[in-house]
Design a protein around this ligand. Structure first.
Ligand SMILES: Nc1nc2c(ncn2[C@@H]2O[C@H](COP(=O)(O)OP(=O)(O)OP(=O)(O)O)[C@@H](O)[C@H]2O)c(=O)[nH]1
Length: 299
């Protein structure tokens, strides 16, 4: 998809203004005699103009429509017009009564630079967001060998890697994320009474149903035998609590078991940078809750 189909109006406006500048110079200016023309200046200003035209075309060629593209386009268009008038200045004298052309030569350049810089900042932010998405997808693709063979959920090694990245991102963006730990109560007993095969099936069903209950960006992991960790990026405790409660309500309709669970909200202010410590904290929290039997969901 080229610029001609994506941004035809912007391209047409550029051509129109380009022609208008030439007409203004021809109409109000007086052609300089050949002896007055400085070819070195023309070479320098001509190359600058060629470069900013290339910027503008690259923006129109490679960028989708949107506010960042508009900033980049307007910024480079102002630069093109300013450099074009500078170049025309090498060929034409303007009468003192026509100050407009000299203003048009000098004012758009700094304004264009400023708008272009704002556009580049927007592009930088956009790119960081895209990189984050790609990094997450790449991690998923590269680490398929870290899937647990029974449940096809990720193993703790993968969770640790994602958690490390999530903690780094969180320190930069100050957005909380949450971790939930879910544990099947009396799974040992279920194993003994129903047999290994039935217990394995329960683990598989729980995994599949849990995956369905969370959002595409959440990570569900088999942490150990009958314990599952869910990482919920960009979520505070209230959001995570409602996600987990909804999930457990759904799970309770299908599974013949009880679940213990706990949630921890991680904020940038906590200055946590060790995923392992975070998980053991979650683990101890769950053990404490199990002992107190204060928070658990009956299925
Ligand atoms: N069928 C099956 N059982 C497993 C697997 N991995 C671990 N287990 C069993 O899961 C049980 C985990 O025991 P605990 O962590 O004490 O959990 P629990 O029996 O649910 O005890 P509470 O959580 O305190 O209620 C043990 O009996 C393990 O043998 C597995 O892959 N398949």
């Amino acid at each position: 998809m080229g610029f001609s189909s994506q941004h035809p109006a912007k391209l047409a406006l550029t051509l129109l203004l380009f022609v208008l500048c030439i007409l203004l110079a021809v109409n109000y200016g007086e052609l300089k005699p050949a002896a007055e023309i400085d070819w070195m200046d023309i070479l320098g200003e001509g190359s600058s103009l060629a470069v900013v035209i290339a910027w503008l075309l690259l923006v129109l060629y490679s960028r989708p429509a949107g506010p960042v593209t508009n900033c980049l386009y307007v910024g480079s268009l102002l630069l093109v017009l300013s450099y074009q008038l500078n170049l025309l200045d090498e060929f034409f004298h303007y009468p003192a009564s026509h100050r407009l052309l000299s203003w048009l030569e000098s004012i758009p350049a700094p304004v264009g630079m400023l708008i272009l810089t704002l556009g580049l900042l927007g592009w930088h932010k956009e790119q960081r967001f895209i990189n984050r998405q790609l990094a997450s997808r790449e991690l998923h693709l590269r680490h398929y060998q870290l899937l647990d063979p029974l449940t096809q959920l990720y193993q703790p090694e993968y969770l640790l890697a994602v958690l490390k990245r999530e903690l780094e991102l969180q320190q930069q963006h100050q957005q909380p994320f949450c971790l939930a730990l879910i544990d099947i109560s009396q799974f040992g007993r279920f194993n003994r009474e129903q047999g290994m095969a039935a217990a394995d099936l329960l683990l598989q069903q729980l995994s599949e149903l849990t995956l369905l209950q969370f959002r595409p960006g959440d990570l569900v992991c088999r942490y150990s035998g009958d314990k599952f960790v869910i990482l919920m990026p960009q979520s505070n405790q209230a959001v995570a609590q409602s996600l987990v409660q909804n999930a457990l309500r759904e799970l309770s309709l299908y599974l013949p078991t009880q679940l213990h669970w706990t949630i921890t909200e991680i904020t940038a202010a906590q200055q946590l940078n060790q995923p392992q410590r975070l998980l053991s904290q979650l683990w101890h929290q769950l053990q404490k809750q199990k002992q107190q039997q204060t928070q658990w969901s009956l299925v």
